[in-house]
Design a protein around this ligand. Sequence first.
Ligand code: SF4
Length: 380
Amino acid sequence: MVENFNIKKFEPLNVSSKFAICGLPIRVDTYKSCSFQCLYCFSNCRKICEFDKGLQVGDVGSVERRLRKIFDNGNVSKNSFLDTLISDRITWHCGGMSDPFQHVEERLGITKRLIDVCNQYGVTILFSTKSDTVYGANIRPDMHAFQLSVSNISDNKNIEPNVPGIEKRISFFKELKREGFKVGIRIQPCIPNLSTLEIVKAFEGADNFTLEGLKLVPQNKEHKEKVLEATNLSQADFTQMGLLNLKPETRIKMYRPFVEYFEKHGIDYSLADNDMHHIGTNYCCCGDALIAKSTRFNNTAMCKIYGKEYAKEQIDEELFKSGVRDCKCNHLFTSNRQEGCVSVQDFYDKRFYRANSPFSPEFLLGDHIDPVCGAEGEEG
Ligand code: SF4
């Protein structure tokens, strides 16, 4: 392992701005940019939030200082969303922005160091990765779980040029399972005609499956064209929901064989598209089996606890119980600052009844296109 003091560091711990639709809002990333270079990846293509493309590494020292402050000194900063969630022992999600076990990990070992620090404080972590190794990190089945991202099993180098081959990733999956880890498979991006049921069969015995459709960043024209060409899709297959999402009817058709298979075989699953969070078996779309503790105020959990038509009072109750009501979230959104939303409670008060807010029940698709029940106007 090599320590290189010339590499820029960034603050690796954050609360996700998606806290209302994600059960694991504590995000930790060990690298910015990713050498796996997936064509569809937002880390590499999202021009609207483009960052320095040079290698940057997470400042593990800053994570250690925060954990010491919270758990050794009992100092949870008043109204800090991050401190409150950490002290509540919500599982961390590592790998949302870049792969924690990409090639450079072998040389720099930043993820390994993060794990060593977190292990001292009993922090549980879900790792999302496309790697076939953890490069000797001290992973433990009682603290860590894995979500392996798979979009195809044909080793499609047009869209995933530097990702390890599928046979190596299947071997890694089996090795983790043999060692007692919980392992889920995230079929994301789910791509018509490429992401097939064969993935589920190749990873038989996974503890959960999550499906999420391909999305494109409309502002990045060049990237959009490249992805459309590589996937044999056209812009007509998409609809704008902030990002360009595959049309609901296209997704339903693509997901139905999966959902029928999961239901028939009693396999846990989730649909992670913003308008489909109510469909599946989990309180968190990453899969409950993989997680020590997720939040109860995200919309997947709300649908599970109270049903798809959950009410504002019920959200308020969950915010109160979890102690986050007065936490500050204004730093997470520009629009929050413009509207004067300071606390998490302000955020829900202003946004809950907006039909275009992804966590509002009105945003969720109607039952008539629930893939479990069959879609109106769809064949089968
Ligand atoms: S492995 Fe993940 S973070 Fe890395 S390029 Fe692919 S999608 Fe992006």
